[in-house]
Ligand binder design. Sequence first.
Ligand code: MN3
Length: 197
Amino acid sequence: MFELPDLPFSYNALEPYIDAKTMEIHHDKHHAGYVKKLNAALEALEIDKDINKLLKNIDSIPEEKRQAIINNGGGHANHSLFWQILKKDVEISGKIKEAIDRDFGSFEDFKKKFSDAAVSRFGSGWAWLVVNKGKLEITSTANQDNPISEGKTPILCLDVWEHAYYLKYQNKRPDYSEAFFNVINWPEVEKNFEALL
Ligand code: MN3
């Protein structure tokens, strides 16, 4: 059985960039819903209960269950990472800063590329900073698809489903994406990065 992880901060911790009501509904309703449906889909299946391994080896899931695991297992994994990498007003420094400068030229270039990925993703999905063969890359996925199923390891993500921003930002996804840069927990992103070195 998978369990909904606690939000590692209070609902209002990211104000004014991400509002408390959005955080409450997003975690307590949306993420909880994915966990519940994931457990329902996995019932009676004797498979790996490590969510990342499950998504990495998605082809090993019986076909009739596969899409439910991609949607709800992805929903669980993606949000679990998302909560972990959120914190207000943290400066980027250290190895992750060096790696971003190395692979994108500068932080500004990284930010522009990431924002483009977030804003241009059509419909619901995610923007990602991933490690692919030792290098940082930016990508985006539809729905709850996780890049781990393509052999890439995500270390930072932004939920661009409307439920992640609509209460505060309505149709203004670019404003939400801009605000996100004030709530990235860079030491956690660096931890995710260093775990892969
Ligand atoms: Mn979401």
